[in-house]
Design a protein around this ligand. Structure first.
Ligand code: HEM
Length: 179
């Protein structure tokens, strides 16, 4: 998992819960990196699982909620650092469709070791888009936070429906409907 995902995560934890919490969750985890991350480095996904698990037990906030909040938080980082991807599209659905065939493709060129999910998208109607998420990292709640902020960014009122296609959360169908 890319370092930017860790550096931004710890920044969010510091803003929401204070620096002591950052220290506490790093201390409580067994991290090969010792909790020292650089944005361009690559670290084991297991480190994120541990940090999230410890944040959840210390704050009593469930992991899905934390991941959703983190998706919303990271959206702003993407918006700042990758402006061109957003300016290229003028509509939320076009943007969401461009993740699999363009945005994440470019990300992979920049960082060949990035571990990205797969998205299969299908237009159900003019105002409805289906998006099937697949990833062994099971971060659909994180995806949901990003999708939510995409709608806000493109000033689109809409609903996001979520359905597990695999019980373990590795394949999840989103149906996004404009109101
Ligand atoms: C400009 C926009 C975007 C950029 C630059 C971007 C880039 C990235 C990067 C760098 C990672 C980390 C890969 C790693 O740790 O190895 C990632 C992961 C991820 N991205 Fe994107 N992304 C963008 C938009 C989105 C959006 C809108 C969604 C939601 C539909 C999305 C869904 C995900 C998910 C769910 C992951 C976590 C990995 C997984 O589930 O397997 N991304 N993305």
């Amino acid at each position: 998992m890319k370092g930017i995902v860790f550096t931004e995560f710890l920044e969010m934890v510091e803003k929401e819960f204070g620096y002591n919490m950052v220290d506490d969750i790093i201390e409580a985890s067994d991290l090969p990196s010792n909790g020292v991350y650089t944005a361009i480095g690559t670290y084991e996904f297991n480190e994120m699982t541990q940090l999230l698990g410890n944040l959840s037990s210390k704050t009593k906030i469930e992991i899905p909620t934390l991941l959703n909040t983190y998706g919303k938080y990271l959206f702003h980082t993407f918006e700042k650092n990758y402006t061109a991807f957003f300016e290229k599209e003028t509509d939320a659905f076009n943007f969401l469709e461009s993740i699999e065939n363009y945005i994440h493709v470019e990300v992979k060129k920049l960082y060949p070791d990035a571990q990205l999910p797969r998205f299969e998208t299908k237009r159900i109607s003019d105002n409805s888009l289906e998006m099937i998420y697949s990833s062994e990292r099971k971060m659909s709640d994180f995806a949901e936070g990003l999708i939510f902020k995409t709608l806000v960014y493109y000033k689109t009122e809409g609903d996001i429906k979520k359905e597990f296609l695999e019980e373990d959360g590795s394949v999840v169908k989103f149906t996004i409907t404009k109101r």
